[in-house]
Design a protein around this ligand. Structure first.
Ligand code: ATP
Ligand code: MG
Length: 209
């Protein structure tokens, strides 16, 4: 199922995340990558059951999915995929990439966006080598993470795996979902950290209390 996208994009960037909740850091990053690499569509991919995050503390996938839909509704280049949240068992990125190739065809040019923190774990990912050959990686900066370290890591991965991986500096927004959850719990404002539609959704369903 190709979801709501009826035109086959030539290039597609996957923006994976827990999105618990999605915030402006994610949106600014995705838009910066889309523009820089002239990408047709960014597909936001809320995670299902990631091997490295404990499930108990993660908000139900349906809430995370809907918040991601609300946040991306105003950008015609953004879409949200249910692939990972609908898949049973532990989620591995390699399975998602293989599914996307099945859905969009062999010719689609795939990009995978990863933040400075996520990139550090790449060597522990399942079938990392195959994964790095199947799509172009874009490693983006994130406040609180050293830019120079990220550039170094990108170099190491590029040389070690002979893979296509780019570094991109994106506008620095010191926002994290963890911080937003903490702020809601403490009754502090979260306005201007995430789209208003997502803020209203959080209050409507009393998330993060
Ligand atoms: P949490 O605090 O729950 O881990 P998070 O804010 O880190 O949430 P994730 O859903 O874990 O958000 O992140 C998804 C992707 O977005 C990761 O690749 C992460 O590095 C990137 N990302 C998250 N926040 C930012 C930000 N402010 N700037 C740049 N990249 C970000
Ligand atoms: Mg995170």
């Amino acid at each position: 199922m190709r979801n709501v996208i009826d035109q086959v994009p030539k290039s597609l960037a996957i923006m994976g995340g827990t999105f618990d909740p999605i915030h402006y850091g994610h949106l600014v990053t995705a838009e910066a990558v889309r523009y820089e690499f002239n990408i047709d569509q960014v597909l936001f991919m809320p995670t299902g059951h990631p091997p490295h995050k404990s499930q108990e503390n993660i908000t139900h996938s349906e809430h995370r999915y809907l918040m991601t839909v609300l946040a991306t509704a105003t950008n015609s280049h953004f879409n949200v995929s249910r692939l990972e949240i609908d898949r049973k068992g532990i989620t591995y990125t390699i399975d998602t990439i293989k599914d996307l190739i099945r859905i969009y065809g062999e010719n689609v040019e795939l990009y995978f966006i990863t933040g400075a923190d996520a990139l550090s774990h790449i060597f522990t990912w399942k079938d990392a080598e195959e994964l790095l050959k199947m799509c172009t990686f874009v490693a983006v900066t994130r406040p609180e993470y050293h830019k120079e370290e990220l550039i170094e890591k990108v170099e190491i991965i590029r040389n070690y795996y002979q893979s296509k991986i780019h570094f991109l500096e994106v506008p620095a927004l010191s926002i994290s979902s963890t911080n937003i959850r903490e702020r809601v719990k403490k009754g502090m404002p979260i306005k201007y950290l995430l789209p208003e539609s997502v803020e209203n959704y959080i209050y409507k369903f009393k998330l993060y209390l």
